[in-house]
Design a protein around this ligand. Structure first.
Ligand SMILES: CCCCC/C=C/CC(=O)SCCNC(=O)CCNC(=O)[C@H](O)C(C)(C)COP(=O)(O)OP(=O)(O)OC[C@H]1O[C@@H](n2cnc3c(N)ncnc32)[C@H](O)[C@@H]1OP(=O)(O)O
Length: 365
């Protein structure tokens, strides 16, 4: 960089300091720390002062912010400071500060689900509303990928929800349709492998995972609730696991978790005898954390989740993993067993007749 541009840069830097004083809205602690750190780096260079004690919270936060800039050059720090101030001024004149309304970012590469991140929350939304969000093979794979990415991204919590009227109607029965007789065994084998990986991605998910059940939930979408950390439901939601009606058997670790959650007698009514629960019943039985009136469901839930997602991220992750660690091995064993049993079920006449009936419209749940 030439002396001339450095001088201009220094001039801009001083102007930015003046402009900052004119900001009307507080830009929030995170931004203030960034500004502090860039200012110190620009004027004094890399942080060389001793680290403040753990209990000196403010000084420590400032020191951490400055120290995190490492060996960033003073020119670059001046540049970044100036840019940050300029973005704050523009955001304010557009009527919004960055911290008050962060942008929602949409993750690319998905067709059957919508994945977005905002306010430290990654939202995974089933998105086949015209099929009641039925989960086809592509959706199973995309959810596995989305959970894998959400586990590693910057978000504090992840949310799973549905687009439209349904949460989801569970497994897409087309997954069993149009299979030639000589390919049935392969279909069952591949299905069991996919299902095992799918359920494992819920068992191993490293952050708090919250289900926002916006409407009726069927089959695997209900059993997976036992693997979520919190379940919020609209009072329009229902919970139905019609496994015997479909000639199938429980999955999603429900054969182990449902008796633990609601007691064996109640789990039997759901998992053996297809009892469909209202949201209030599911809450009374311990499957749902809290039920909200449908009219205010989205507003109330997202306000609450925004507050939860501002809690310390690492503390939440460590605590979630600690709670899960007590059961993790057992859950993987249950998942394996359930998939083995289902692989056989999918080849049974009871299951095949149920699928045929559905497509001939003789049966609907
Ligand atoms: C890798 C494999 C893993 C397998 C894991 C196993 C999991 C087990 C389960 O999840 S069991 C649960 C399976 N789900 C069902 O049995 C639900 C079947 N659907 C219905 O009974 C009904 O569609 C309904 C009650 C959900 C909704 O009824 P409604 O009358 O309101 O709406 P429509 O039936 O007209 O639905 C609109 C169109 O959507 C299609 N559709 C809905 N759900 C499914 C589904 N699960 N599978 C396939 N298709 C579904 C429905 O057929 C309609 O399509 P159309 O417009 O072409 O007729």
């Amino acid at each position: 960089m030439t002396t001339a541009t450095m001088q201009v840069s220094q001039k801009d830097f001083e102007k930015a300091q003046e402009q900052l004083k004119l900001l009307k809205k507080d830009p929030g602690n995170e931004t203030k720390l960034k500004l502090y750190a860039l200012f110190k780096q620009a004027t004094e260079g890399p942080c060389n002062s001793p680290k403040p004690g753990m209990l000196d919270f403010v000084k420590k936060a400032k020191w951490d912010a400055w120290n995190s800039l490492g060996n960033l050059s003073q020119d670059n720090a001046r540049q970044k400071y100036t840019e940050l101030v300029s973005s704050l001024i523009s955001a304010e004149s557009a009527g919004q500060t960055k911290d008050a309304s962060p942008e929602e970012s949409r993750h690319g590469g998905y067709e059957t689900i919508i994945v977005t991140t905002k306010n430290n929350i990654t939202k995974i939304m089933f998105n086949r509303p015209e099929r009641k969000n039925a989960i086809n093979h592509q959706m199973y794979r995309e959810i596995i990928k989305a959970l894998h990415e959400a586990g590693k991204d910057d978000s504090t919590i992840a949310v799973i929800t549905g687009n439209g009227e349904y949460y989801t109607s569970g497994n897409d029965l087309n997954n069993f349709a149009n299979v030639k007789p000589n390919e049935m065994e392969k279909m069952a084998k591949d299905g069991a492998v996919l299902l095992k990986e799918f359920v494992s991605s819920f068992i191993d998910f490293p952050k708090p995972l919250i289900a926002v059940v916006n409407g009726p939930a069927i089959g695997i979408s209900v059993t997976l609730l036992g693997l979520c950390d919190i379940v919020y439901a609209s009072d329009r939601a229902t919970f139905h696991t019609p496994f015997s009606q479909l000639g199938q058997s429980p999955e999603g670790c429900s054969s182990y978790l449902f008796p633990k959650i609601m007691g064996l007698a109640k789990a039997n009514e759901m998992l053996l005898f297809n009892k469909k629960l209202t949201a209030a019943q599911a809450c009374a039985w311990g499957l749902v954390t809290e039920v909200f009136p449908d009219g205010t469901f989205q507003k109330e839930v997202w306000e609450r989740l925004k507050a939860y997602a501002s809690l310390p991220k690492n503390s939440l992750a460590v605590s979630k993993q600690l709670l899960r660690s007590m059961e993790k091995e057992k859950l993987h064993a249950v998942n394996s067993k359930e998939c083995e049993v289902l692989k056989e079920r999918w080849l049974s006449d009871e299951c095949l007749n149920a699928i045929v009936s559905f497509f001939q419209r003789k049966s609907k749940l």
